[in-house]
Design a protein around this ligand. Structure first.
Ligand SMILES: [Zn+2]
Length: 193
């Protein structure tokens, strides 16, 4: 399976209303689904540090995806567009990576989950093959959307499913319950060639 978590999805009904542009909880939700897999006994690797997964660089994960026979593993890729942009537009490397992501996710009980800022950031072939596309949104305890990029109030992340479309959030997460699972300040480094 491939799950995608997006910062924005233009035209999606869940996008309506004024919300903070950054920090909508996409990486928190990515981490949450990875954590559920970890709790069910699966191996989880990620290109950012969490308390439950094996940290592996994006470049190394790409090698594994392309050349290795991955089994029974959940892969979390944050800011996927940074890596894909580093491969260039329509290069052999990009096509090889895209084809391998799709191939691995279709067999051997391997799941690949990613987050990225914009829906259109992701290569069309991966977007088409994404089994579930999610749009998290950030709310306060009173049910009002958080409209600030920096805000100290407690937050609840409503995880909306854009595709296949579901009207109501599939889960509501209390953000500070998951803060200990990963470092929200960590920046996923761009690959240098
Ligand atoms: Zn807020």
């Amino acid at each position: 399976m491939i799950y995608g978590f997006f910062g924005s999805i233009p035209g999606c009904p869940h996008q309506r209303g004024s919300h903070a542009l950054r920090g909508n909880g996409k990486t928190l939700c990515l981490t949450f689904v990875g954590y559920l897999d970890y709790l069910s006994g699966r191996d989880v690797i990620s290109n950012y540090k969490t308390s439950f997964s094996e940290f592996v660089s994006t470049e190394r994960i790409a090698e594994m995806v392309i050349y290795e026979d991955i089994r029974d593993t959940t892969i979390l890729l944050s800011e996927l567009q940074l890596y894909m942009n580093s491969l260039g537009v329509n290069t052999k490397e990009l096509r090889s990576f895209v084809g391998s992501v799709i191939g691995q996710s279709r067999k051997r009980n391997t799941d690949i989950h990613y987050d990225t800022q914009r829906y259109t950031d992701v290569h069309p072939r991966i977007r088409v093959q994404t089994d579930r596309a999610f749009l998290p949104r950030k709310f306060h305890a009173d049910g009002k959307p958080c409209q600030l990029d920096r805000c100290d109030k407690p937050h609840f992340i409503y995880l909306y499913q854009h595709d296949p479309y579901m009207e109501h959030p599939i889960v509501k997460l209390r953000a500070d319950n998951f803060g200990a699972l990963y470092d929200t300040n960590e920046i996923v480094a761009l690959i240098k060639d």
